[in-house]
Design a protein around this ligand. Structure first.
Ligand code: FES
Length: 186
């Protein structure tokens, strides 16, 4: 029996990273922390999977087929979106890209929370009032051992091993340099 499934989660890696022309399976962690291996439908195998970073948000739709009561269903991905916010993956747009506000997404789950993610978030939100950055909380980025983790939208990088004291440094790329006026002496 086959039923449609829908999964939001995070890219964990490829099953066959050494065969870039024939990527058949990917590993994904759901927002709830469960890990899945999904078979890709043929049209998806030629997407540039190698360019994804671990922790990249994904939304996947497809079909699950049931093997038996004690076996997990087999998952086949038929459609993949790049970001749960709704941006399609790897689909080139005809329109020129619109400038996006910079976003810092702070993982506030599990290990990151225990290491002070909420405090980091509070500090970022307080300091971000003076620069053009949006600060959001989010679920697990799949790098719990390296927490606190923050995803930076401008280059899609996950910044790891952060502390609450890292807020000012994280925001520094978006700060407007102070204009200093004065009179030269001498
Ligand atoms: S708890 Fe997993 S990355 Fe933060």
């Amino acid at each position: 029996m086959k039923l449609p499934f829908y999964l939001e989660g995070y890219f964990l890696g490829l099953q066959d990273p050494d065969t870039p022309d024939n990527i058949r399976f990917i590993h994904v962690q759901s927002d709830g922390g469960n890990r899945y291996t999904l078979k890709l439908a043929k049209p998806l195998r030629h997407l540039p999977w190698q360019q994804l970073t671990v922790g990249q948000p994904l939304r996947i739709e497809g079909q699950q087929s049931f093997q038996g009561l004690d076996l997990p269903p087999k998952l086949k991905a038929e459609r993949v979106l790049f970001d749960p916010a709704g941006l399609p993956a790897f689909i080139a747009s005809e329109e020129p890209p619109k400038p996006q506000p910079a976003v810092l997404e702070v993982c506030t789950r599990g290990t990151c929370r225990r290491r002070g993610a909420l405090e980091l978030c509070d500090r970022l939100q307080a300091e971000a009032k003076t620069c053009a950055v949006e600060v959001r909380t989010r679920g697990c980025l799949g790098r719990c051992k390296q927490g606190i983790n923050v995803r930076r939208s401008s280059d899609n990088q996950i910044l790891s091993q952060l502390s609450p004291q890292a807020a000012a440094e994280l925001l520094s790329p978006w700060r407007t340099p102070a204009v200093v006026s004065g009179t030269a002496v001498g």
